[in-house]
Design a protein around this ligand. Structure first.
Ligand code: NAD
Length: 383
């Protein structure tokens, strides 16, 4: 989904006319807890597949085997590495060609979906994605590859899975701390979509519903990790978050996490979970309409209050130093973040702002310290 609003004002409800372009990405989405095998088989038949490549990490081999047991599988691939190193992608691409594969089925988290996308990028093969985390990659046309410790990303219609099968029973095995981090990664898609460079009112509506679902689902997952209702709500929120984010484009939060993840190999979901409140605290006062939407979705007095309440309920990851980042590295990343600040961020961003934000996220400080400097910021928008 891609969208642009003309005229540079994203506060749709304040406008006399609605004027924007929005494109929905073509994808079939099935929600069916406990029915992944039947739904995947139906998708494979619909696509006329006769030579299937199943991509699943060794840790997901068992559910992948169950989900794909009745299919004409010619290749099972378990070399899955976070951020998709180019050499791994090349080996998987060669194997797919050698086995004359006609359908890719991925069963796993964002890293597994990412490898399927890397193969589709050069082969055009269709993907049926069966997600087992809340990363949301399955609903975007964004690919990522890492070469010599540098991660590059791009957008290509060929990498969008043609079908996604969401089966909440497959996420029950995801440990609670990883479920929380991954779900907050999805929440970050929603929040960043609210002020992404191409945001439109449809993205904001999807993102708001995504926040509502995630804020309901994640505490339920923590309270009852084996229960399906919380897992289903979280998957539903994940899907909405990814659709909104894919359309609106990367905002400041994703740019910061991309820099940190690429330079210091920090864990993806946990990095997003830690950084989000600081970016929200920084941007929200300059984007009052987005702030109100986020607050309303949380059912809270303010967006930050809602996020902080949820983070306390689920015992969210707190500080980047807990994930291996050194204090000097937080300072070293400032210029790299400044270089990629997205056009149209609700407020201007200085080196001091980025340094303050990264230092606060490094030590897990109260995110409210980020809002202090916004009062006299002249770039306040109606987003
Ligand atoms: P991941 O796929 O690396 O999974 C994290 C860990 O959880 C792995 O060890 C995996 O084996 C394990 N795991 C997965 N599902 C499990 C389950 N149900 N039970 C038990 N363990 C399970 O991590 P992720 O956070 O899902 O994905 C991160 C990657 O996805 C990053 O490379 C990120 O850049 C990418 N991503 C891409 C997009 C996009 O739009 N292209 C969006 C989000 C994330």
């Amino acid at each position: 989904m891609t969208g642009t609003m003309e005229g540079g004002d994203h506060g749709a409800e304040s406008q006399p006319f609605l004027r924007f372009n929005h494109e929905s990405l073509p994808q079939r989405v099935c929600f069916a807890s406990g029915e992944a095998a039947a739904r995947v088989r139906a998708e494979a038949e619909r696509l006329g597949a006769s030579r299937v490549m199943v991509i699943a990490a060794a840790t997901e081999a068992e559910p992948a085997q169950t989900v794909t047991a009745d299919l004409p599988v010619v290749l099972r691939w378990d070399e899955v590495v976070m951020h998709v190193p180019v050499e791994v992608a090349e080996r998987a691409r060669a194997a797919a060609a050698e086995h004359r594969v006609d359908l890719l089925i991925s069963v796993g988290g964002g890293s597994t979906t990412g490898l399927a996308k890397a193969i589709a990028l050069t082969s055009g093969l269709p993907i049926v994605a069966v997600p087992t985390t809340y990363a949301g990659s399955e609903a975007t046309s964004v690919w990522g590859l890492t070469e010599q410790a540098r991660k590059s990303t791009g957008v290509d219609a060929r990498v969008l899975p043609c079908s996604v099968v969401y089966d909440a029973t497959l996420t029950v095995s995801l440990p609670v701390p990883m479920s929380v981090a991954s779900g907050l990664n999805a929440l970050a898609h929603c929040v960043d979509a609210m002020w992404g460079p191409r945001v439109d009112p449809i993205d904001q509506t999807l993102a708001g519903e995504g926040i509502r679902a995630l804020a309901a689902g994640l505490p339920a997952v923590v309270a009852d990790p084996a229960g399906l209702p919380g897992r289903e709500q979280t998957l539903y929120g994940t899907y909405l978050s990814a659709v909104a984010f894919s359309s609106a484009g990367s905002g400041l939060h994703h740019k910061i996490c991309h820099v940190l993840g690429g330079r210091y190999e920090l864990p993806h979901a946990q990095t997003h979970a830690v950084v989000l409140p600081y970016v929200l605290a920084f941007n929200a006062p300059a984007a009052p309409q987005a702030e109100q939407r986020i607050a309303a979705a949380f059912g809270a007095g303010s967006a930050l209050d809602g996020l902080e309440r949820l983070r306390r309920e689920v015992d969210a990851p707190k500080a980047l130093r807990d994930y291996g980042l050194r204090e000097t590295e937080a300072d070293d990343a400032v210029q790299a973040v400044l270089d990629v600040v997205p056009d149209g961020n609700p407020r201007s961003v200085t080196a001091e702002d980025v340094q303050r934000l990264l230092r606060a996220a490094w030590r897990g400080a109260d995110p409210r310290t980020m809002t202090a400097a916004t009062t006299d910021d002249s770039t306040t928008t109606t987003r």
